[in-house]
Design a protein around this ligand. Sequence first.
Ligand code: PSV
Ligand code: MN
Ligand code: MN
Length: 388
Amino acid sequence: MTDFSDIAPRLAEQAIELPSWAFGNSGTRFKVFAQPGVPRDPFEKISDAAQVHKLTGLAPKVALHIPWDKVDDFGALARHAADEGVALGTVNSNTFQDDDYKLGSVTHRDDRIRQKAIDHHFECIDVMNETGSRDLKIWLADGTNYPGQDDVRGRQDRLADSLRQIYDRLGDDQRLVLEYKFFEPAFYHTDVPDWGTSYAQVSALGPKAMVCLDTGHHAPGTNIEFIVMQLLRLGKLGSFDFNSRFYADDDLIVGAADPFQLFRILVEVIRGGGYGADSDVAFMLDQCHNVEDKIPGQIRSVLNVQEMTARALLVDRAALDTAQAAGDVLGAHGILMDAFYTDVRPALAEWRESRGLPADPMRAYAESGYGAGIAASRVGGEQAGWGA
Ligand code: PSV
Ligand code: MN
Ligand code: MN
């Protein structure tokens, strides 16, 4: 099997973007549990996210959500991020918390409402111009609840037209990533339900439009790594939203529900050239920490991705190719499983120490006193946006 020392340099190429909303209060439609010390504004969210990077070296960027993270001066927010040792990343639009969008946003039949949704994306691009962000991430709540409620073909055509207008506003170095989700909040049909629809829409737009794959947005049993392979093969995998699901869009800690699935996904990412400094695929988390502490929840998450990345890098590709070519079914399977079952945690702890990072970032955070400090100094933290 491949030796850890062979893959160590490649681990330094890992960068995982954190969602600003992971640091605010969140919950379900049943209850939002307020936690002491949650950020009172976007500046404090960035400061919390920076702790994750400081202790792991894995999370150099923070994604924003507009209008949740709207500030008067985005240049000042970007400078604050730089002072904290991180940068601002993907800008997420929001067309799902306004009464006007009850029946749709960029797919709406009413030109006024559709234009309002398009204008919101223009505003997001203005923010990107100020923050230096590359990616505009579009997740749409658009869909219907009942067969016959609306003409799904017409909605798809309006979606294409709206995306075209948004795409045409992008700068040369900016991208649009279109996220799909098979249901919720719409329950009969969703306007971008699957990778095929997202792929069809972004392909029509051009090279700066890509697909965003959120691991929690698939039906149970879906072979997500196959989708990863296909999108990489087609050159259209723009970004990941990583999280875990047991049932629906649970937004739990990545790698908690099914570490083997995360491993399989990362094997295909590496196989397809989606990992590392030469790749444009953005690794993001899209999670909420409803009942656990948020900063350590994010630390655990990036460590989980790192552990599975290390195991995926350990796959002996040459031996695997040989076994596959020979039709050695169990041999090939065994080579993959050898890598998966390798406990990389001690080697990763040493690797961290060799780079001046704490061997155990979870423990280092607990001992840092940061959590107690923010609990004492911040009163009246803000709602992250979910479950209000
Ligand atoms: C809603 O499903 C969602 O979780 C999407 O995954 C988005 O990426 C996220 O919200 C933030 O808008
Ligand atoms: Mn998502
Ligand atoms: Mn989601």
